[in-house]
Design a protein around this ligand. Sequence first.
Ligand SMILES: [Zn+2]
Length: 486
Amino acid sequence: MDKDRRILTEEEKLSLLNKYKECYICQKSLEGYDRNEIEFDHIYAFADGYSQDLADFAPVHASNNPLKLCCHKAKGRKSPINYREELRIQNKLEKISGLKNLLIEPIKSVYSIDENNMKISINNKILPLYNQKIDNKNNYYFFNVIDVKYIGNDEIIQLRPLEAKIFNLIMNLKENVQLLPSLGRINKGENIIKLFDGQHKAVAQIVGNNKKELMCIVFVEPDITKIREVVYQAHTDFVQQRYKKSHMDAKLADMYKDKITKYREKVGNPEAAYSEYDILQGESKSEITKFLRSSIISELRAETTIIQDYVAQDKNEQKTKPILWQSLEKFITLYSDLETMSEKSDDKNNHRIDEIKNLLFILENILEYSIKGKWNPDNLESEHHKLSRTYYYKTAFNNWYSILEKALRMAFDQMKGKAYEGSLCYREEYDEQIKDRFSSIIKKLFFHPLWVIENNQKEIATANIDSVVTKLFEKEGLDYIYLVNL
Ligand SMILES: [Zn+2]
């Protein structure tokens, strides 16, 4: 295959313009667009190694005139085929506010139940009928994939409009299996299968995957009032507890590891060095940040019990652990580098391993001077415990973690005699001199006289916004200059 991107001849471009009268991306006419307002894009991404056949090229709007279309620019780094699909979905979503707009005038179902209540015959299918018997009352239901022409939206029970997250769900279900069915009911008289739960999934399958059938559980002649109550409770009282923060991070870290394994399978070497750029290509910036941060947290957890012992992952754990999970994430975000590195994992300029060692060093020193020998949830009234508690109120943490970073950075530059770019921890492992210096700065932070003054402790404990503590620090003279001064 040619390494270089194919350059089309004038003749080839003309043949494409004969074939396509519309822009490949937005599917609107190319009429009125001069030749210099049209680009010929590779339909699938050339960078992904797709064929260079003429058939894989198509014309798209590329006008610099602000009154005209420039689909070529609008697609950004996406391939025209993916971007076209996204546009199609967004346009479709703009026209609907819910499932009701997609399921118009559903056909009545013809159904009957056998004499033993074991089978239902519906729209020419015979299906097993199940029963959830509660207090001698029967509750019959069946499972099946059902043709959308028989399905309607349940205007009585299903009241919620679509939420914005539907777009992401649609994109997700284009690549993944749907795990749970939608829920519906059928009641005598109207004889229409009405969906009352799982609307987003249903819309995603119809709009995103052009599905003509939906996976459903259908309750047969249920008590509508009862169902309505249950659905309401399911969305309020019984919403499942969110995943604990640490579980979410562990999951993300696992997903990241899977990506590395897949990459190594692809190159046929289970030990292959990789770059984060290879692994995370195509992910959004916020996803990349999450992957890298969770991977750092998971590395740290393998090296130390600080996170397990002192970081609270929910409200309940805040009684026994001083550090908020949110604070840990902020700390990692500021002190490490959450951009993808193009250096391979075994390159000497890749500092991910050093970064973990450096983060650990700083964390251990923070632990040493702010928690060890102080934090004691069994004795809430002790002066030491109160002091330790004070350091970790959100408003206090949000101030000192950035002051400390600034101070350490400045001390580092002073000792090295030059200004270093990049994050504080993503660099070669700190040498002994740097470590001594950092250690004394961290100690100085937590031994500042302001922390032990009772009024200050009260002020911090009741502060709702960070700026209250910022002012207190200013008043008491705690800033990075103070920390760096010898
Ligand atoms: Zn266009």
